[in-house]
Design a protein around this ligand. Structure first.
Ligand SMILES: NC(=O)c1ccc[n+]([C@@H]2O[C@H](COP(=O)([O-])OP(=O)(O)OC[C@H]3O[C@@H](n4cnc5c(N)ncnc54)[C@H](OP(=O)(O)O)[C@@H]3O)[C@@H](O)[C@H]2O)c1
Length: 321
């Protein structure tokens, strides 16, 4: 892994942290652990040092232009650029069912709009044949949508940034105006997160078309990993119960936290350089992102079955706007 320089956004914990550890384990010479909070980031670096790894630290808030610009200048000055960029930092809605405008705005800013800041400042310093991995989700697959108009507009071969932005605006406007239709979505929970990740996958394909210089940009569903993020949306007791339902386990694709860096590292180091603009699954297989009929999502029906079998009261799962 001679002289490769890698950076993982939002890597003070969770999948990002595991990815930094995996890149170090795989022998990448220079790996940046990035965190918006200096204290949390430096503590994470110290933990990895105890495991025998030696990542570097840099502050990075992906929603803050100044922060991203400063990191880009640092990378350019110190290393001449960047070989591997793993866009991992993200957040989820604060509530499972309820969708509010402010929450939606915040999640979409962090998970989707930040990609334009990264594109503006970090893409120009990517070295030839660099690799970018956008960490998406199963929630980012097109099959999350039922709305035929948006499925067609987002999956057309010449999709443009304006199409994706229009999709995001359509969603935000309908939340603000309370005109959102549940029928437009397969699973109507944490919708802003789903919208942000669908938009990120669509943008991945556009960015790939435009970037050139041999650079690859792929997106990845890292699997269901128990982290602070999933604790927000899937309570611990349900995670245990999920083991009772093979379909749910298969669809969720449970990945142990300490192994969750393997798929990002595969795309960063192993997959052929010709693989570009694709969507990958945690088991390192490619899935057709644009196929609306692909049966890959964990369904609330299966969650309900598991709860019913265990005598747990099923909450009202009707979305509230
Ligand atoms: N866990 C899963 O099952 C799962 C499934 C599918 C997809 N994913 C995706 O995998 C990625 C990692 O998720 P995770 O489960 O590891 O989540 P996590 O444990 O909540 O970690 C998220 C990381 O992102 C950082 N972050 C959030 N907003 C940021 C910002 N504005 N600037 C910089 N860093 C920011 C957080 O920093 P702080 O510590 O400062 O908050 C944290 O380091 C995300 O893209 C997520 O959507 C996860």
């Amino acid at each position: 892994m001679a002289n490769k320089v890698a950076a993982v956004t939002g890597s003070n914990k969770g999948i990002g942290y595991a990815t930094v550890a995996e890149l170090c384990r795989r022998g990448v010479t220079t790996v940046y652990l990035c965190s918006r909070d200096v204290g949390r980031g430096k503590a994470a670096v110290e933990n990895l040092k105890k495991e025998g790894f030696n990542p570097l630290f840099h502050q990075l808030d992906i929603t803050d232009k100044g922060s991203v610009r400063a990191f880009a200048a640092h990378l350019k000055g110190k290393h001449g650029g960047l070989d591997i960029l793993i866009n991992n930092a993200a957040e989820i809605t604060t509530e499972f069912i309820k969708t509010t405008y402010n929450d939606a705005r915040k999640v979409i800013d962090t998970n989707y709009n930040s990609a334009f800041i990264i594109q503006e400042y970090l893409y120009p310093i990517l070295k030839d044949n660099a690799r970018v991995i956008n960490i998406s989700s199963d929630c980012g697959h097109i099959s999350n949508l039922n709305n035929k108009y948006w499925i067609e507009r987002l999956t057309k071969n010449d999709v443009k940034v304006e199409d994706v932005n229009a999709f995001v605006d359509w969603f935000l406007d309908s939340v603000r105006n309370e005109t959102l239709k549940v029928e437009d979505f397969k699973e109507p929970f944490f919708l802003p997160y789903r919208i942000s990740k669908i938009a990120l996958c669509a943008l991945t394909r556009i960015q790939q078309r435009e970037i050139g210089r041999g650079i690859s940009i792929n997106s990845l569903h890292p699997g269901f990993v128990q982290t602070d993020m999933t604790k927000t949306v899937v309570p611990e007791y349900l995670v245990e119960l999920m083991k009772q339902n093979p379909k749910l386990t298969e669809h969720l694709g449970r990945v142990p936290l300490e192994k969750s860096g393997e798929a990002p590292a595969y795309l960063a180091l192993d997959v052929d350089q010709s693989v570009k603009g694709r969507y990958f699954w945690h088991d390192k297989t490619e899935k057709d992102w644009a196929d609306p009929n692909l049966d890959v999502l964990a369904k609330s029906e299966d969650f309900k079955k598991v709860m019913k079998n265990s005598g747990i009261e099923i909450p009202n799962l009707q979305p509230i706007y």
